[in-house]
Ligand binder design. Structure first.
Ligand code: GLP
Length: 240
């Protein structure tokens, strides 16, 4: 795994942006695997600015998102679909029909998992962007998720509910279940960029780089990927 440690969050975002921009420019038909959370916000801002000022086009780009809360639709401000639209899609010239995410409102969850899994088998990510949970989760693959997992519904770990409650009015509003790409779907990507910022990610980043490769710490599977880059700021990399 290649490791880039930057002085701060903005430089971390810049490093990731350079890779994404290169891909989009060299292959305007690429598939981008996208993530939500605070970590990729700087990257999405750089992509939006680059579209506005330099005209880098996303017209033929397709995107697949990692995960979505069960019970939240795209009009709900807390949904990941809403987040993607707000912070990226509405700021660039992407065709919304080419942006894919699990449907949080699907009644038949098993069917929805199958649908999204089939889609991911068709649309292999050229780059997959990832953040990391403080417990080492990637997407919503919590500790002890099988390394062979594909799209599934997960019961969120208490620590994840607590971490993500900062974005809700109260912890009771945080959905307890989510749809997520499985670890196998993530490992299918041609290239993976995992980003981390802040001292509360330091332990997870340490495990990612030096810990035993184990289902107990889902992110450790990334060390088996042939083209994975960790880009973190110096706080997140402070235990390395
Ligand atoms: C959520 C998401 C993950 C994300 C993680 C970290 O649990 N499902 O995909 O990586 O949060 O979020 P943040 O970047 O806000 O720290």
């Amino acid at each position: 795994m290649e490791i880039i440690i930057t002085d701060n969050y903005d430089l971390m975002s810049e490093e990731a942006f350079k890779l994404v921009k290169n891909l989009v420019r060299s292959n305007p038909n690429s598939v981008l695997g996208l993530a939500t959370g605070s970590t990729p916000l700087g990257l999405y801002k750089l992509m939006s600015d680059d579209y506005n000022y330099n005209g880098t086009s996303y017209k033929n780009i397709k995107t697949v998102n990692l995960d979505e809360y069960v019970g939240l639709g795209k009009d709900n401000v807390q949904s990941y679909a809403y987040f993607m639209n707000k912070y990226l899609f509405k700021n660039i010239d992407i065709n919304l029909n080419n942006t894919y995410i699990e449907n949080g409102l699907a009644i038949d969850k098993e069917k929805e998992c199958k649908r999204y899994n089939n889609l991911l088998n068709e649309l292999k990510q050229d780059i997959q962007i990832l953040g990391i949970g403080s417990n080492g989760h990637i997407a919503f693959n919590e500790p002890f998720t099988s390394f062979d997992s594909v799209v599934h519904v997960v019961k969120l770990a208490e620590s994840t509910i607590k971490d993500n409650s900062r974005l809700f009015n109260s912890i009771d509003e945080v959905p307890r279940y989510a749809f997520t790409m499985g670890l196998k779907n993530i490992m299918n990507a041609k290239k993976i960029i995992i980003m981390a910022s802040g001292v509360n990610k330091a332990k997870a980043v340490y495990e990612l780089v030096h810990g035993k490769i184990t289902e107990e710490v889902p992110c450790t599977i990334l060390r088996n990927h042939k083209d994975c880059i960790l880009i973190c700021d110096k706080e997140a990399g402070s235990l390395l």
